[in-house]
Design a protein around this ligand. Structure first.
Ligand code: CA
Length: 229
């Protein structure tokens, strides 16, 4: 699974530099020149991380970060603020807005790449980077392989994505809508019920290995993936 980075930067030269550097580092990149453009992209698909310039025409990066962090759909997308400012108080203001990290221009592409990976690791969403293991379950994103206690288990593409999402976001409860958004993508018209159908299939697979208790129903809200009962 490729890591998708949404870059919001009004200066074309910096935007192009970021696109080039991030593509070379193996990220999938989407570009926006302002918050309006970014919102259109966000509506189509949710990125793994947002690189957000502080000084933008119209809505500033910091105001948008604040808004995203209040939106239940987007609150969990990590944000790195890009800025020419370096003063300590600005840094505090930036992190207060809910941004996860702060990079001062000029920065080296290498440094930025490392910061992106660090933030994603902290956010627990660095799927696609390595192998995730939990309760005897193992998901190898590079080889696209899922196994339980060493036995490879065949999953459909949707089951795989759902499993990958659960394993990279354990312990938290997700509503059906959130799962639809995260696993199926927002642009698709799928009923909530579809989530239940796929969860049922995944449980059926897990039950054969005595692991079905990992996917828990949280009544009135949705589902949680957890080792703890
Ligand atoms: Ca700017």
């Amino acid at each position: 699974m490729e890591i998708k980075v949404l870059v919001v930067e009004d200066e074309e030269a910096i935007r192009e530099m970021l696109e080039l550097a991030l593509c070379q580092s193996g990220f999938a990149v989407e570009l926006a020149a302002d918050v309006g453009e970014a919102e259109i992209l966000l509506d189509k698909s949710v990125p793994d991380i947002i690189l957000l310039d502080w000084m933008l025409p119209g809505v500033s990066g910091i105001d948008w970060a604040r808004r995203l962090k209040k939106d239940e759909l987007y609150a969990e997308i990590p944000i790195i603020l890009l800025t020419a400012r370096g003063a300590e108080e600005d840094k505090v203001k930036g992190l207060d807005s809910g941004a996860d990290d702060y990079v001062t221009k000029p920065f080296s592409p290498k440094e930025l790449s490392a910061r992106i990976r660090a933030v994603l690791r902290r956010a627990g969403s660095l799927a696609g980077q390595s192998t995730m293991e939990m309760a005897g379950l193992r998901l190898d994103s590079e080889q696209h392989r899922f196994s339980i206690e060493g036995t490879t288990v065949e999953l459909s593409p949707t089951e795989y994505r759902l499993m990958e999402f659960f394993m990279s976001h354990p312990q938290r409860v997700y509503s059906r809508n959130q799962l639809l958004d995260q696993v199926w993508g927002r642009s698709t018209f799928i009923e909530d019920r579809t989530v239940d159908v796929h969860i049922r299939r995944l449980r059926k697979i897990l039950i054969r290995h005595g692991r079905d208790e990992l996917i828990q129903t949280v009544r009135g809200f949705g589902y949680r993936f957890s080792e703890k009962p």
